[in-house]
Design a protein around this ligand. Structure first.
Ligand SMILES: [Mg+2]
Length: 344
């Protein structure tokens, strides 16, 4: 389990799908990208599931209902039911329900996922500040959300109503590039009102709590592509994590990770669930993984790697060197040359 300062990715003799009972999988950049399945995702998930691992999908995106997300996964060839999906809409609905009377009206700025999640908690979604809401909730509303919805939120918040946000991811990946996410929309309302929302999504505790409540996971493994949501969420929840390199994180970001952003394991893609993870051993001043040895050279101001073999083993060895050198801080040594040597 995550304790203290992580100074290297860990090894595991057994497949991760056998070590952990439940995978808590992020979607974008892990399972799919731009609506299409990521290479090796479909087969790896099917094998992990057949082997007895429970799969749950945990998304900060509050727009779609769990049914819609499950239907999308099924379309991609991944067996999933609505009960396998956990969204930030569900997490924020529980957060609101803890603070307002049952049956209370909540002004919704966002999509159908939020409305369904509120009803599930016995709350009544309404559309206008004049509908006597007792709280305001804001989640990603998609590209068609009218600007007037932000005005509606601002009117209600100015009257002193508590304001909730499903998540604050500033961007959202789309097939055509990077688009403004719910965090950007929240900033619009924050600037207009000067208020601060209560936030539920990854990496914050309400989302982790929702995930554990819904999955009943006893030994969960968080699987994600983002250090500041997926991996930090696992760190905050005290559970282990697997970073896959199919999304937004590259080798340079990983080497510069502060302790709360350091995953337990690193792999190229979801095939990492099915294999053991190689051990990293100390070798003199360096760290060895597979055929590679990495070290931190403070004099030269850079990280170095020698050897050959699987590039990923070289990256794991470099993480050990960088994170050990950085301790509780951030490694400032240049890893560019070493990563280029690995072809990463
Ligand atoms: Mg992601």
């Amino acid at each position: 389990m995550s304790q203290g300062v992580r100074t290297s990715p860990e090894g595991s003799g057994r497949a991760l799908s056998e070590v952990y009972d439940t995978a808590l999988l992020d979607l974008d950049g892990v399972v799919y990208a731009g609506g299409e399945a990521i290479a090796h995702a479909v087969g790896s998930l099917a094998t992990a599931r057949t082997g007895g691992m429970r799969l749950a999908y945990v998304t900060n995106n509050a727009l779609r209902t769990p049914e819609a997300v499950a239907a999308h996964l099924t379309e991609l060839g991944i067996r999933a039911e609505a009960s396998d999906i956990v969204t930030s809409a569900q997490a924020v609905a529980r957060l609101i329900a803890d603070q307002v009377p049952r049956g209370a009206r909540v002004l919704v700025i966002g999509g159908e996922g939020l409305r369904v999640a509120l009803r599930e908690r016995g709350l009544e979604p309404v559309e206008s500040a004049e509908d006597e809401p007792v709280a305001v909730v804001q989640g990603y509303g998609g590209p068609e959300l009218p600007w007037g919805r932000f005005a509606e939120a601002s009117y209600a918040i100015a009257r002193g109503l508590p304001w909730f946000a499903s998540n604050t991811d500033l961007t959202i990946p789309s097939a055509r590039g990077i688009a403004p996410g719910n965090g950007a929309a929240v900033e619009v309302v924050r600037i207009a009102t000067g208020a601060e929302p209560q936030v539920a999504g990854k990496p914050l505790p309400p989302m982790h709590r929702e995930t554990i409540l819904r999955t009943g996971a006893e030994r969960p493994l968080v699987v994600g592509d983002r250090l500041d949501t997926d991996i930090e969420g696992a760190f905050n929840g005290g559970v282990d994590s697997l970073l896959v390199l199919t999304g937004v994180t590259d080798g340079a970001l990983l080497l510069a990770a502060p302790p709360r952003h350091r995953p337990t394991y690193v792999d190229a893609d979801l095939r990492g669930l099915l294999t053991g993870q190689p051990e990293i051993t100390r070798e003199g001043e360096g760290f060895r993984c597979g055929g590679w040895t990495a070290s931190a050279s403070a004099d030269a101001g850079r990280l170095e790697v020698t050897g050959d073999g699987e590039a990923l083993d070289g990256l794991r060895a470099l993480c050990a060197a960088a994170w050990t050198a950085a301790g509780e801080g951030v490694c400032e040594l240049d890893g560019g040359k070493a990563l280029a040597r690995l072809g990463l």
